[in-house]
Design a protein around this ligand. Structure first.
Ligand code: PGA
Length: 240
């Protein structure tokens, strides 16, 4: 299975010049066979960056019309954007996104022909299996088996995001198993096996290879380290 390395730039960088320089460095050096690199910059930079797969960090739960300030899945598709991150914990926390909002957005994205990077993960102290099962079941409600080819699941324990406290490969493996079990119950074992699962949360060039080797994941979702060109390029190269 092709590996997937996704850069989530979040609300960075502040100037287009910085965005262009970062993107240019990654485009030039982060090429590895059997690994797809996806850059998810802020919306404003999406139409200006060319030459690598792109994803947005969010979409509107509405398709079109009187929704001031929103961005539609159809508009992104029209700009040849390939992916969208949905359900990131920062959106759940700071913008009150619920499993129901996440589900609406996932269906909207899939109907528009975008691929979805569906983020799930427990908070510190929460019972992982229950949370993951609930987030997956509600987030994927009414998503058809045939649409699952376009869905990637990103396991991001909230306590590991931006903290430097990355999840052990043992714990990651157990989360992947739990995710697969839920997918089996919803879609059967074939789809569960074919669905790509990423890990995210304090990944850097020192720990990235370990996740791919021993964490049972098919790729990584990178926040902070994706803003440092050398670090991100080293992460992509570690998939070799
Ligand atoms: P981090 O963020 O790599 O900075 O921990 C990951 C994410 O939020 O997707």
């Amino acid at each position: 299975m092709e590996k997937l390395i996704v850069a989530n730039w979040k609300l960075n960088p502040i100037t287009f010049k910085e965005a262009k320089d970062l993107f240019g460095a990654v485009k030039k050096h982060a090429k590895v066979k059997n690994t797809q690199v996806v850059i998810c910059p802020p919306f404003v930079y999406l139409p200006l960056l060319k030459g690598l797969s792109l994803g947005s960090q969010n979409i509107s739960s509405e398709q079109k019309g009187a929704f001031t300030g929103e961005i539609s899945a159809l508009q992104l598709k029209d700009l040849n954007i390939e992916y969208v991150i949905i359900g990131h914990s920062e959106r759940r926390k700071h913008f009150s996104e619920t499993n129901e909002t996440v589900n609406k957005k996932i269906k909207m994205a899939l109907e528009a022909g975008l691929k979805v990077i569906f983020c799930i993960g427990e908070n510190e102290g929460e019972e992982k299996n229950t949370i993951l099962q609930n987030q997956i079941t509600k987030g994927l409600a009414d998503v058809l088996p045939a649409q699952m080819e376009q869905v990637v699941i990103a396991y991001e324990p909230v306590w590991a995001i931006g903290t430097g406290k990355n999840c052990s490969t043992e714990e990651t493996k157990s989360a992947v198993e739990s995710i697969k079990n839920t997918l089996i119950s919803l879609y059967g074992s074939q789809i569960a096996e074919n669905t790509r699962i990423l890990y995210g949360g304090s990944v850097n060039s020192t720990n990235s290879a370990e996740y791919l080797k021993n964490g049972e994941v098919n790729g990584l979702l990178i926040g902070g380290a994706s803003l440092k060109p050398d670090e991100f390029i080293a992460i992509v190269k570690s998939t070799e």
